[in-house]
Write a new protein. Structure first.
Length: 169
């Protein structure tokens, strides 16, 4: 099963593609980030995100999309911008007819590092290790790969069993 993980953002949107090659085993395919200019109006940035993700879906043909949920923060304006970007990702998935599964950031972090409050650096190092990469990917791409890894791990676990992994040191 090929999984497209998306870490939505209105200026920087990360994506990561993995193949599940057995229970809790992954093979790295590709990752990257889409950056949009802060000067562009929101509707242009969202259009770019949707177009870019549509191109990734068309080229890499994932079976499912895993998206990080919007982080509830103190700044409601930032949360709203993230929700808009997430909507652009969902629209791209919907146009392709792909199922979407959403994961809260703490679930993604716990699946990848064993700790729901892991730092971005810990997540990136574990993504590097799990995907067998020579160096950690860019922050937003690492987060997107982490979402894809979480989806693969959650799909492989029997119902009612929680994921426990040792945290990166």
């Amino acid at each position: 099963m090929r999984v497209l993980g998306v870490d939505p953002g209105s200026r920087v949107c990360g994506y990561g593609v993995l193949d599940a090659v057995g229970a809790r085993r992954i093979r790295y395919v590709e990752c990257g980030v889409l950056t949009a200019s802060r000067r562009d109006p929101m509707e242009h940035r969202l259009g770019e995100i949707a177009r870019y993700l549509t191109d990734v879906i068309t080229e890499l043909r994932p079976a499912v999309i895993a998206v990080e949920d919007v982080f509830t923060s103190v700044n409601s304006r930032s949360a709203l911008a993230l929700a808009h970007a997430r909507g652009a990702a969902l629209a791209a998935a919907g146009m392709a007819g792909l199922p979407v599964t959403a994961y809260p950031p703490s679930v993604v972090k716990k699946a990848v590092t064993g700790r729901g409050r892991a730092s971005k650096e810990q997540v990136a190092r574990m993504v590097q290790t799990l995907a067998e990469l020579r160096k950690p990917p860019q922050s937003d791409a690492a987060d997107a790969l982490a979402v894809a890894i979480a989806h693969v791990y959650r799909a492989a676990q029997p119902e009612g069993v929680s994921i426990v992994r040792e945290a990166a040191r």
